[in-house]
Design a binder for this molecule. Structure first.
Ligand code: AMP
Ligand code: MG
Length: 316
């Protein structure tokens, strides 16, 4: 990247300001994880509830070990999948307890850590003397941005600098895995599926008792109401299509993947929703997407996006 642009962002972060950074999943709103004022500004900019902890981004596994206690299972996962869309929730080290701003973990004694797979952001992380807390760069509960053009003007008033890294390649948020000793549990579905992780670790996850803190029911939501698993459209509907057999008659149609590929679907999901949400339609109709593989992660986001307003406050 342009060295002047890189430097400006680094200086902003060092002064406690907020910077938008690209990752392979979605764009992040980054702040110095060791600076309580910067973290307070980050929560305020997003309107994020204080009960929803932040993922901390580091340059490599060696840096992650300063902040999180790694078991053998944690090492195996980090060796295999970092840099990449996998977040590990680990016990905090003494150094983390002393230096990470308490609001980052929302009072938990665990810390969520990830090494993102984006050359620009890795360059920034290597240059900084502190790790970056970075939730998605959207107002709380709204659609995640996968391009700079998706950033909301209200959020941008709080941002000192933007690093434009082009469209995000994976397009949905990281898989979150909690590590308890050598046991593991998926807290949020993502590109790395529970099936794939089970095959890799050769041991199944803990039975699904683990719940992720701060995950409200309504999330990833467009402004228009969203109807899932439907192929019935009228002229006032925007259609989010999947696969080759697309019903006619919608005001606008965006096909996530003509060939029915789930990775392509994940990569295009938020961009397509941002586009459809601009149209003067009455609702967004979403065709069925298979509930298997990455489809689980895609459907998890669509279901939360389709929740009617009101449920989220019940969860707050
Ligand atoms: P995001 O909204 O993409 O920034 O992801 C943050 C999510 O990571 C939170 O909503 C939590 O579910 C999870 N998370 C972050 N930190 C922790 C933690 N210390 N313990 C458990 N889960 C965490
Ligand atoms: Mg988010």
């Amino acid at each position: 990247m342009d060295p002047v642009c890189l430097k400006e962002g680094l200086l902003a972060l060092q002064s406690g300001a907020l910077v938008v950074m690209p990752t392979e999943t979605v764009y992040g709103l980054a702040a110095d994880a060791t600076n309580p004022q910067a973290i307070a500004a980050l929560y305020a900019a997003k309107g994020r509830p204080a009960s929803n902890p932040l993922i901390v981004h580091v340059a490599d596994q060696a840096s992650a070990q300063r902040w999180g206690g790694f078991s053998e299972t944690a090492h195996k996962l980090a060796d295999a999948f970092w840099p990449g869309p996998l977040t590990l929730v680990l016990p905090m080290t003494a150094e983390a307890k002393a230096h990470i701003a308490p609001a980052v973990t929302a009072g938990h004694d665990t810390l969520a850590l990830r090494v993102p797979h984006h050359p620009l952001t890795l360059q920034a992380l290597r240059a900084l003397p502190f790790p970056l807390a970075a939730p998605s760069a959207n107002l709380s509960n709204q659609l995640s941005p996968t391009r700079v053009s998706h950033l909301h003007h209200q959020l941008l008033t709080h941002v000192a600098h933007i690093w434009d890294g082009g469209p995000c390649i994976q397009g949905i948020e990281s898989t979150i895995v909690q590590i308890i000793g050598n046991n593991w549990a998926v807290l949020r579905h993502g590109i790395f599926t529970e099936e794939a992780l089970t095959a890799f670790l050769k041991t199944p996850p803990l039975s699904a008792t683990a719940t992720a803190p701060g995950q409200s029911l309504r999330h990833y939501a467009p402004h228009h109401p969203m109807i899932l698993n439907s192929t019935k459209v009228g002229p006032e509907d925007a259609l989010l299509a999947f696969g080759p057999h697309v019903p006619a008659g919608a005001m606008i149609t965006k096909n996530l993947s003509l060939r029915g590929n789930l990775h392509e679907t994940a990569a295009r999901l938020f961009d397509a929703l941002h586009t459809l949400d601009q149209w003067p339609c009455h609702r967004i109709v979403v065709m069925p997407i298979p509930e298997s593989g990455v489809g689980l992660a895609i459907n998890e986001r669509l279901k939360k996006g389709a929740m009617t307003r009101g449920h989220e406050s019940a969860m707050a």
